[in-house]
Design a protein around this ligand. Structure first.
Ligand SMILES: C[S@@+](CC[C@H](N)C(=O)[O-])C[C@H]1O[C@@H](n2cnc3c(N)ncnc32)[C@H](O)[C@@H]1O
Length: 218
């Protein structure tokens, strides 16, 4: 029997349609990502009189932004989705934080964004959506933004992921992912390489690197 065309599978069709509305509906109310929680725990106590700054790249509807704010951080929440950011702007907790200046919203694409110097850069399941021709430049800007002693946390997608055949996605080998962190101490680097668990996620092969890394102070 011939193999099914990988570009006709439900996972591929789902991926190419990029239905962020459905994604936002499905993930509304879900807890913050573990990589963020662990990075915040590793960062430790903060000075409430002088809160550190986090950048939440591809923040969606603020699943992680909310956790950062509740722990006293200042946050720049960036995404290209008008709809996702509108849900943030109209949420009472987020709009109060916007009012006090603790939360700033940046509506733009990764390709056009230069993150400012920050103490933590969170990129939960968002960087694979940076188009490959722009990824290396964007990564340089990310690396430049993270202050010595600051943290990166989030996900990169691997080359064995089913979505790696999509031309507008950035997928890296394990070596390519690890090589980004030579100037960092890896707090954790967990590789997930598995078929779908059929619990509401896209039915596909997942290959994900979950990363928490602290930039060396030198
Ligand atoms: C899988 S969602 C992750 C959202 C959130 N970080 C989370 O963990 O639930 C990916 C997010 O990346 C955003 N995104 C996709 N391509 C983007 C781009 N080129 N520039 C900026 N944001 C982008 C989408 O709008 C979406 O909110």
């Amino acid at each position: 029997m011939s193999k099914p065309d990988p570009k006709q599978t439900p996972a591929h069709v789902h991926a190419t349609t990029r239905d962020w509305t459905a994604y936002f509906d499905r993930t509304a109310g879900m807890p913050p990502r573990e990589t963020l929680i662990d990075a915040l725990d590793a960062f430790g106590e903060i000075d409430p009189a002088n809160p550190p700054l986090a950048v939440d790249l591809g923040c969606g509807i603020g699943r992680d932004t909310g956790e950062l704010l509740s722990r006293g951080w200042r946050v720049i929440a960036q995404d290209s989705s008008t709809e996702g950011l509108e849900r943030i702007r109209t949420d009472p907790v987020f709009s109060a934080a916007i009012g006090t200046g603790r939360l700033q919203i940046m509506e733009c694409a990764f390709e056009d964004f230069t993150p400012p110097p920050c103490d933590l850069l969170n990129a939960s399941f968002s960087l694979p959506f940076c188009p490959p021709p722009c990824f290396e430049d964007f990564w340089l800007r990310i690396d430049h933004a993270i202050r010595p002693g600051g943290y990166f946390c989030g996900q990169l997608f691997g080359d064995r992921d089913d979505w790696s055949i999509l031309e507008d996605r950035t997928h890296l080998t394990r070596e390519q992912a690890l090589s980004r962190f030579q100037n960092y101490v890896l707090h954790s680097f967990r590789e997930e390489d598995r078929p779908s668990n059929h619990t509401g996620e896209a039915h596909k092969h997942w290959h994900i690197f979950h990363i928490i890394a602290r930039k060396r102070i030198q």
